[in-house]
Design a protein around this ligand. Structure first.
Ligand code: OGA
Ligand code: MN
Length: 209
């Protein structure tokens, strides 16, 4: 049994319970400041040094740049070649993966993840995190790295609770440390236009298909 602190365990329980009850969990202060700070500094530095590329939609032969759909920029993490803060993120998510498999028998095998930057004005229109030709993405996870975010800064994650863009929704502010986790096949969601630079880590627990 690995030694995991009480605080970590209670945060994992909140994610497990939210997923079990609603297929959705929003947990403020999920990431501790000791991880958020170095992650934020590193993503910022990688962004400034040009290590990101414009995000695309679809994959394989369907992959295409669609600035009408999304304008964020991403940098994929390589688990075999990552920095100490990135490793901290991967370790945290590995604990979550094991908790979800143990408590909910989800059979999650892997985690793919990228850092994300929305420059001012960027958005991501309503979508599901499932490719049309594959459903190996099972659980979506987003952790935010932005301090002092106010409603006037825009950039909320809008989760459509009824499956369609006309129904009720939940807006999540991309505040440093908050983790959002949801069933990838269930919730359509979008990122409203951000008025200042917006940084996050986005990842998916995957299953074999
Ligand atoms: C995504 C996504 C939401 C967010 O990258 O697929 O929906 O809040 N991100 O960054
Ligand atoms: Mn998404």
């Amino acid at each position: 049994m690995e030694a995991v602190g009480t605080r970590v365990r209670s945060r994992l329980v909140r994610v497990v319970d939210g997923l079990a009850e609603n297929g959705l969990a929003v947990v403020p202060r999920f990431l501790p400041p000791g991880l958020v700070e170095p992650l934020g500094a590193e993503v910022r530095q990688q962004w400034v040094s040009g290590a990101f590329r414009q995000a695309a939609v679809g994959r394989g032969t369907r992959r295409q740049l669609r600035p009408d759909v999304r304008r964020d920029h991403v940098r994929w993490l390589d688990p075999l070649d990552c920095s100490p803060p990135e490793r901290g993120w991967l370790r945290t998510m590995e604990r979550l993966r094991r908790a979800l498999n143990r408590e909910l028998q989800l059979g999650l095998l892997d985690f793919e993840t990228h850092a994300t930057v929305y420059p001012p004005g960027a958005f991501y229109r309503a979508h599901l995190d499932r490719f049309a030709d594959a459903d190996h993405r099972t659980v979506s996870c987003i952790a935010y790295l932005n301090h002092d975010w106010s409603v006037a800064d825009g950039g909320a994650l809008r989760i459509h609770l009824d499956g369609d863009a006309a129904g009720t929704f939940l807006d999540v502010s991309p505040l440093a440390g908050t983790l959002v986790v949801f069933d990838s096949g269930r919730y359509r969601h979008e990122v409203l236009a951000a008025r200042r630079e917006r940084m996050s880590l986005t990842g998916w627990f995957t299953r074999r298909v």
